[in-house]
Design a protein around this ligand. Structure first.
Ligand SMILES: Cc1cc2nc3c(=O)[nH]c(=O)nc-3n(C[C@H](O)[C@H](O)[C@H](O)COP(=O)(O)OP(=O)(O)OC[C@H]3O[C@@H](n4cnc5c(N)ncnc54)[C@H](O)[C@@H]3O)c2cc1C
Length: 418
């Protein structure tokens, strides 16, 4: 289309900025808009699993993240019902550890990389309407401080989060949905040195997440049916949950300084939306959201951006071919993200069954199984591979990954220092 964009991406955080970056690097002309003023924070406990870190590494963004002073989360632990699992963080090529960067840092790094790749970025730009022609979405109309702007595009990407305006405007139905199961509140502290990990008891899930500026976020999850009660006095319930479920952490909290107000949400939606239609596609939370207890949203958003860019790497000038590529993207999204969705729903029920405790006891007795368990948690292995003997004893493969990842960290250190 003359004078138009190959793609307009609405929403410039992990899903949108990553999608814009990849499309621009593939030679596409891309406009990226967001209604927020960047750099910008958003509600999140920030944790990125290794498959998400590997994407940042592949796209060349990880060195800048390390350079920003983001702590390297290279250990992990999990305590529940008297069982303790602890291990080095799992590694994979490109992902020497996990990270939990402030969103004003991570999202801005992705936007900067996108702009460097040729994307035009406009913040404080609020999508109002979609433009249609011959039954297709062919552009966007958005409001900025200086007025209303209309832009035409072959593809409009809705990367505008759980309450997506794009999804609303195209009337994208929920194809899978499940009731809200949990609610969450979190705070930020200085003076806590625990590393990354989680603690569970029936009805509570606690996570400690080191982030920038020597801060540790502590998040507490409660059952959704307690939300009305917890939100009356979230800080008191937060502290009570830490004291009962993670007493050693509570001792540190008593000596630490709380540096940010407690915030949280009960709006823990669980769904897959229809992912595409003529001239439009949804990525990130806009198309698929899951309870934040498994901390998968950022990683899923980065993976979806990669899937979409891969499916669009073919010739898409013909609308039918474009729509076919979008359909392949949605199928892939659903295939790859259904298992973590199901296991997240299970976790968010916050029940500790005797059979799960028994399994965790078995895992805790074996350092090898413990490592594999955390690789499952990170989304690097399927749950059916946890006790898979072939994979379990394939030491060469495990050590190859470890060597690659150690090499990655050394390379990154050198890049950061140079
Ligand atoms: C309490 C909490 C804790 C969480 N913890 C974690 C965690 O530890 N790890 C993890 O992986 N995930 C976590 N998440 C989830 C994670 O934050 C999201 O999954 C992730 O941010 C989704 O990214 P996104 O780019 O799809 O959407 P978003 O981050 O929601 O970004 C959407 C963007 O679209 C813009 N936008 C919206 N409407 C418009 C419009 N009309 N016009 C223009 N722009 C618009 C918004 O300004 C926003 O910048 C947490 C979420 C919550 C609420």
């Amino acid at each position: 289309m003359s004078g138009g964009w190959d793609a307009v991406v609405v929403g410039a955080r992990v899903a949108g900025a990553a999608t814009a970056l990849l499309l621009a690097r593939a030679g596409r002309k891309v406009l990226l808009i967001d209604r927020a003023a960047f750099p910008s924070d958003t509600m999140s406990t920030l944790f990125i699993h290794q498959p998400g870190v590997a994407k940042l590494s592949e796209w060349g963004v990880l060195p800048a993240l390390l350079d920003s002073g983001c702590p390297v989360l290279d250990t992990i632990s999990y305590e529940v019902g008297g069982v303790r699992l602890a291990a080095p963080a799992p590694v994979m090529p490109g992902a020497p550890a996990a990270f939990a960067p402030r969103r004003r840092v991570l999202d801005q790094l992705l936007v900067d990389a996108a702009v460097k790749a040729g994307v035009e970025f406009v913040d404080r730009a609020n999508l109002q309407e979609l433009v249609h022609s011959d039954g297709r979405v062919t552009g966007v109309r958005f409001r900025t401080a200086t007025g209303v702007r209309t832009e035409h595009a072959r593809l409009v990407v809705g990367a505008d989060g759980m309450r997506s305006r794009v999804a609303q405007l195209v009337d994208a139905p929920l194809e899978v949905s499940d009731p809200r199961a949990s609610c969450v509140y979190y705070t930020a502290w200085t003076g806590i040195s625990t590393g990354f990990g989680f603690h569970e008891s029936p009805g509570n899930w606690i996570v400690r997440i080191p982030t920038h500026d020597d801060l540790t976020l502590i998040s507490t999850y409660f059952p959704q049916d307690r939300f009305a009660e917890v939100k009356q006095d979230p800080f008191r319930h937060h502290l009570a949950a830490v004291r009962s479920t993670a007493p050693e952490l509570y001792q540190q909290v008593c000596e630490a300084d709380q540096v940010e107000a407690i915030i949280g949400t009960g709006d823990q939606q669980n769904y897959f939306r229809r992912g595409h239609g003529p001239g439009w596609v949804l990525v990130g939370d806009a198309g698929h959201h899951l309870d934040t207890i498994s901390a998968r949203g950022i990683t899923n958003a980065l993976l979806q951006a990669a899937f979409l860019a891969e499916e669009l790497a073919v010739e898409t000038a013909d609308p039918a071919r474009l729509d076919a590529a979008l359909a392949r993207f949605t199928r892939r999204r659903d295939e790859e993200l259904t298992e973590p969705y199901q296991s997240t729903l299970e976790l968010a029920r916050l029940t500790v069954t005797p059979s799960r405790l028994e399994m965790l006891r078995t895992i805790a007795a074996s350092p090898e199984l413990t490592g594999r368990y955390f690789a499952v948690v990170a989304g690097m292995l399927g749950i059916d591979e946890l006790f898979d003997d072939d994979a379990l004893f394939d030491d060469d493969a495990l050590f190859d990954d470890f060597d690659d990842a150690e090499g990655d960290l050394g390379d990154l250190d050198r890049e950061v220092q140079s």
